[in-house]
Design a protein around this ligand. Structure first.
Ligand code: SF4
Length: 320
């Protein structure tokens, strides 16, 4: 670790060891949390990691609730705690199991693919899961001509354009308020100021922003591109937590946020103080559980997703 650790970080690390705890953190967490985490990644990477937690006595998941639910399902008997139980993703809230069932009724025999940014309740009525890193591949892998897809309408459009498959939005209004804020005028202005920069956007951004970017992909694809590309300057259209992480890990490069206001307030509800509180008290109201009747199906589709291919490497190769 490059920085001197704070007293709070040192205390967290000490207790983490004593408790034999594993800390998983999403790329959008603040740097002080990322620095004490055992693993930092995007939803897919964190889901994969959650299935490999054997040997630990507990997991602390610094992310939003649907992510911690995935960890609780995949980690089997190992308890999963979330620092901020009220860290709910507004995108996930656009769709629930009732909405999925209603759409299934209207479109019988059409597979339901939902983005990993959904609650366990929604997943429990869905056929398959995808992430922003593998959505087009997952949809294509079904070999069908139409699918029901949700909850993010911008990601749906990204998949529609890449696959040519009919994508029926489960909820056309579904969007991530953080990524929906990026606009083409910001990108164009930054391009004028930095003509040598590579513009990378997340597929939750509006389609016109995706069109204006040089590359579109998941947060991990973005992080790997900045680390591995020979280019020196990047304009990044995603949440600020990742932008800070990229700059810190690649001090020789210039990482420019496409919009500094792109901050996920739900992700930031997790704090180092709350992580310490969990390690000290193991509070039951921070324990993440999924209703028993949902667990088997949700685990099955999460395991399928974890084994599915990802576009990350392909997209990285395009930048070199
Ligand atoms: S950045 Fe968007 S999709 Fe991610 S947790 Fe926040 S609101 Fe949800």
């Amino acid at each position: 670790m490059e920085n001197e650790l704070t007293d709070l970080q040192k205390r967290v690390l000490e207790l983490k060891k004593e408790r034999n705890a594993l800390i998983l953190a999403h790329n959008y967490q603040t740097m002080d949390i990322q620095e004490v985490a055992d693993f930092v990644g995007d939803s897919l990477e964190l889901a994969r990691k959650s299935a490999e937690v054997e040997g630990y006595d507990l997991v602390i998941f610094a992310g939003v609730k649907f992510m911690a639910e995935m960890a609780a399902v995949l980690s089997k008997d190992i308890p999963v705690y979330i620092p901020a139980p009220k860290a709910l993703c507004p995108l996930a809230a656009f769709v629930d199991s009732e909405k999925v069932l209603e759409m299934k009724k209207q479109h019988p025999d059409t597979p339901v693919i939902v983005y990993v940014n959904t609650t366990a309740d929604t997943k429990s009525e869905s056929d398959m899961l995808c992430t922003s890193g593998n959505a087009p591949e997952i949809v294509e892998s079904l070999g069908v001509d139409k699918v029901l897809f949700g909850p993010d309408s911008n990601l749906a459009e990204y998949v529609r354009r890449r696959t040519g498959i009919e994508i029926i939005d489960i909820e056309p209004r579904g969007h991530c308020y953080v990524h929906n804020q990026f606009d083409i005028a910001q990108i164009e202005l930054l391009r004028e100021e930095h003509p040598d920069a590579v513009v990378i956007a997340h597929p939750e951004c509006p389609p016109e922003v995706q069109d204006a970017a040089d590359m579109v992909g998941s947060t991990s694809m973005m992080a790997r591109t900045v680390a591995n590309s020979p280019k020196k300057k990047f304009i990044i259209a995603t949440e600020m937590g990742l932008v800070h992480q990229m700059q810190k890990r690649n001090p020789e490069k210039i990482v420019i946020p496409a919009y500094e206001g792109a901050v996920c307030r739900q992700m930031k509800k997790n704090t180092l103080e709350k992580i310490l509180y969990i390690l000290e008290d193991l509070p039951e109201d921070h324990l993440v559980t999924v209703p028993e009747h949902m667990v088997a199906h949700v685990r099955k589709i999460l395991e399928q997703m974890n084994k599915a291919p990802s576009t990350v490497e392909v997209l990285v190769a395009k930048t070199s």
